[in-house]
Design a binder for this molecule. Structure first.
Ligand code: SF4
Ligand code: SF4
Length: 399
């Protein structure tokens, strides 16, 4: 029987079915073990399955499942590397999705107490209030700026993400400036909310679907308005895209809304969504008017590739854009999430340090806010999102 992956399937939240699937996947992975050093989930899975078999049990208890789930930090790299992943083999091994399903079942049966949710909300508020940098929200900046696109400008819809909206509006401003250099008319629908990734990571399907429905509606309405406004043939109109500056959030729009929200609008949005860097590679920005002096030589940059950009079609786009502008790019990868195992973190940090050390100067750049935060916190080096780096080099940001 094919594994259940559809959240609307009647067996999706069946504990016995999930246990059977963990058993099946665990047996395949135990015979392979290629991922044993990627995270803690795999060694825990093998150990617990061996322990269960030794006592005559055939599946893990919900608490044991949770131990395995807690070892997964959702990097997605096991699926990327697996020769038996869905689409590559009839075995359809997708450990990431399976552990996500276990997370959701846990959340449904044991929702976190209200106090935990209030504490999480308070932590977010304190982070925002304690950030000493003055911030104008990205959408406020968009509403205040006066821009009059040329007739015939190519329409583009941006999903800025809540990180850009609240914490890093300069990334959004950089994206708008670069898009305008491609001849695009960039629009941001009002009322968008977080893509819902934090809720999904916690297994909170209801919370995720609520955010997803709202974003799908607003973005497809904006797409529809742009597409019907646009002159030209139907194929040309259909090429209006939704661009996203952060690869992890682009992945949510491209794959998870179809799974969890469903419907033709979610499918339309998935097809229209691209990483902003990939869009810029296809529509190269010209060196048009700058708002301030360009920052001079492009220089050296150590570019960290987020896990999500390695699992998405945008892989390599931002490095190519930086090279076209004259940057000397050294690419590094490796997960820098604080939830990654110590050995993975240490290896990734060493890779970054070696790249910086071999240059002795330059900046570090990453489209993953978590990785960038970790790099900047552990060194005196300048850290910046690659779109911002590109826009500053082109004189598109005046502060
Ligand atoms: S996920 Fe795939 S590659 Fe990784 S251990 Fe399992 S079977 Fe092997
Ligand atoms: S998604 Fe990443 S962290 Fe999760 S099981 Fe796969 S390799 Fe481990």
């Amino acid at each position: 029987m094919a594994p259940v992956t559809d959240p609307f399937h009647p067996r999706y939240f069946d504990q016995r079915d999930l246990g059977d699937e963990l058993d099946r996947v665990g047996a395949v992975c135990a015979g392979c073990r290629a991922c044993v050093e990627r995270c803690e989930a795999f060694p825990r899975l093998f150990e617990l399955l061996d322990g269960a078999a030794a006592t005559g049990r055939h599946r893990l208890t919900p608490d044991e499942q949770q131990v395995v789930v807690d070892g997964c930090f959702d990097c997605g790299l096991c699926v990327l590397a697996c020769p038996d992943a869905p689409g590559r083999s009839d075995r359809a091994i997708d450990v990431r999705q399976l552990l996500q399903r276990a997370r959701e079942l846990r959340h449904r049966d044991h929702p976190p107490p209200v106090t935990t949710r209030i504490a999480a909300g308070a932590r977010r508020l304190v982070t925002r209030v304690s950030d000493p940098r003055p911030r104008t929200r990205f959408t406020t900046w968009m509403a205040q700026r006066s821009s009059s696109p040329n007739d015939g400008a190519r329409p583009v819809v941006m999903f800025p993400t809540c990180h850009v909206e609240h914490h890093a509006p300069e990334i959004g401003r950089a994206g708008v400036g670069l898009l305008e250099q491609t001849g695009a008319d960039c629009r941001v629908p009002s009322g968008l909310v977080c893509c819902g990734a934090p809720q999904l990571a916690a297994g909170d399907v209801a919370g995720f679907v609520e955010s997803g429905r709202r974003n799908v509606r607003l973005l497809t309405e904006a797409l529809g308005a742009h597409r019907s406004d646009r002159d030209g043939d139907a194929a040309d109109r259909d090429r209006v895209e939704v661009v996203v500056p952060l690869p992890a959030c682009a992945e949510i729009l491209r794959s998870q809304y179809v799974r969890y929200v469903g419907g033709s609008d979610a499918e339309l949005l998935a097809e229209a969504t691209v990483d902003l860097a990939a869009h810029l590679l296809e529509h190269p920005p010209s060196m048009a008017e700058a708002t301030s002096e360009p920052t001079g030589d492009a220089g050296a940059v150590t570019l960290h590739l987020p896990c999500r950009s390695r699992t998405a079609p945008a892989d390599g786009a931002i490095a190519e854009l930086l090279r076209r502008d004259g940057f000397e790019v050294t690419e590094v990868s490796g997960c820098l999430s604080p939830r990654a195992p110590q050995a993975i973190l240490a290896a990734a940090a060493t890779e970054v340090a070696v790249a910086i050390g071999s240059r002795g100067d330059g900046v570090v750049s990453s489209a993953c806010p978590t990785a960038l935060g970790a790099i900047v916190a552990s060194s005196t080096i300048v850290g910046v999102h690659p779109l911002e780096l590109l826009a500053r080099h082109r004189g598109l940001l005046d502060n």
